[in-house]
Design a protein. Structure first.
Length: 164
């Protein structure tokens, strides 16, 4: 019952792409998080991933598959390196310490980016997700119910986005 109430509350509060006020998050939403996944992407996903991650991707359900696809799309789009990867969390870091905008050279993501699989699955994960959002090393969090993102963007103030 708790899970149903949490999901209902999420769907009522979450915003669509048209209500995102941050250009960086809007761009990430359109080009990475909700970009179409083609067959060639799924074929390339295993490249450069740890063996246990590849095995987890092959046996994953629909929600977990979305987590694996987002990790790969973030890695591919921003040129990030996967530092830690398991069934619940992935930590990605820029190769040079920060990911920059290719057009302007301005830093986009500094330090690590954490991708969390199903942060609302149970009460314990919900509490862990809330604690991670309050962590001082992350100033931007994006909650898509089945996948959560935490990152440090120096150009942005502390913000939390709930996205459908």
């Amino acid at each position: 019952m708790q899970t149903i109430m949490t999901r209902l509350e999420y769907w009522i509060m979450a915003d669509t792409q048209y209500r995102i006020h941050s250009p960086f998050v809007f761009d990430m939403y359109r080009k990475v998080l909700f970009a179409e996944v083609d067959k060639s992407l799924r074929d390339r996903m295993a490249e450069g991933m740890p063996e246990e991650a590849v095995a987890a991707m092959q046996t994953a359900g629909r929600r977990e598959r979305a987590y694996h696809e987002i990790v790969y799309k973030l890695r591919d789009h921003y040129g990030l390196k996967v530092m830690c990867y398991d069934g619940d969390e992935a930590v990605l870091c820029p190769e040079s310490g920060q990911a920059s905008n290719p057009k302007t050279g301005q830093p986009l993501i500094e330090g690590e980016m954490k991708v969390v699989c199903r942060p609302h699955k149970c009460h314990a994960r919900e509490l862990r997700w809330q604690a991670q959002q309050g962590n001082a090393k992350y100033n931007v969090s994006i909650d898509m119910y089945d996948v959560g993102l935490l990152m440090n963007c120096s150009r942005m103030h502390r913000q939390h986005f709930l996205l459908k």
